[in-house]
Design a protein around this ligand. Structure first.
Ligand SMILES: Cc1cc2nc3c(=O)[nH]c(=O)nc-3n(C[C@H](O)[C@H](O)[C@H](O)COP(=O)(O)O)c2cc1C
Length: 176
C-alpha cells in the first residue's frame, strides 16, 4: 500500500475479533514505525505502554463511560500513550511561542501508529475518552495519559466506510 491507499483504508475500528491476537512481528513493526515519528526538537515527549491480557481489559474499562468505547474490551492490544517531559529546547519554544508541541507530537505519533497498523492489516482506533488517573495506576505511569490506541483484527462484518470529511475548498485556502 502506498500512503494514499493507507489513508483510504485506515478507519476507526469498533468491532474486533476478541480471539485473534496481533502477531508479535506486526506489533514490532508498528512500534518501530512509531519510533520514526517526528517531534518538536526531536524531543519525543511520550511513552508507549503495550497492554495485553488483564492489563488490556483493565485499561479498556478505563476508556468506557456514558456508553462510549465498549468495543475496546474486545481489542487484544491497547497502546497507552503517556507524556514524557519536554527536552529543554522544546520546553523553551512551547513557553515562548505558546504552542502545545507535546500534544502535536503525540498526535503525529498516533497517526504513524495507526497508518503502520493499516499497512500491516491491523485495525485500530484512537481513544481520547479515558480515565487518566485509573490508567496511570494500572500501568504504573507517573505522567499524564493522553491517548489509548486499540489494535486487533476487525470482525469480517466491519466494512470500509465512506469517509465523511470537509470538502477540499473548505479545508484548504490559499494566501499569496
Ligand atoms: C484525538 C482523538 C480522540 C478520539 N477518541 C475517540 C474515542 O474515545 N472513541 C472513539 O470511538 N473514537 C475516537 N476517535 C476516533 C474519531 O471519532 C475518528 O477518527 C473520526 O470520527 C473519523 O473517523 P475514522 O477514524 O473512521 O476515519 C478519536 C480520534 C482522535 C484523533
Amino acid at each position: 500500500m502506498n500512503f494514499s491507499e493507507i489513508a483510504e483504508n485506515r478507519q476507526s475500528c469498533r468491532a474486533y475479533c476478541s480471539d485473534r491476537m496481533v502477531e508479535q512481528e506486526k506489533l514490532d513493526r508498528i512500534l518501530e514505525t512509531a519510533r520514526l515519528a517526528p517531534s518538536a526538537c526531536n524531543g519525543q515527549p511520550y511513552r508507549v505502554t503495550v497492554c495485553r491480557g488483564d492489563a488490556a481489559k483493565k485499561v479498556a474499562l478505563a476508556t468506557q463511560g456514558m456508553g462510549l468505547n465498549k468495543f475496546a474490551q474486545d481489542a487484544p492490544i491497547l497502546l497507552v500513550i503517556s507524556e514524557q517531559p519536554y527536552v529543554a529546547t522544546a520546553a523553551l519554544g512551547a513557553k515562548l511561542k505558546g504552542n502545545d508541541y507535546r500534544s502535536i507530537d503525540i498526535g503525529i505519533l498516533a497517526a504513524y501508529i495507526t497508518a503502520e497498523a493499516t499497512a500491516q492489516g491491523i485495525a485500530s482506533c484512537i481513544l481520547g475518552w479515558l480515565d487518566d488517573a485509573r490508567i496511570r495506576e494500572i500501568c504504573g505511569l507517573d505522567n499524564a495519559v493522553r491517548l489509548v490506541i486499540t489494535l486487533g483484527y476487525a470482525k469480517d462484518d466491519d466494512p470500509l466506510r465512506t469517509k465523511k470529511r470537509k470538502a477540499l475548498d473548505v479545508l484548504v485556502n490559499e494566501c499569496q
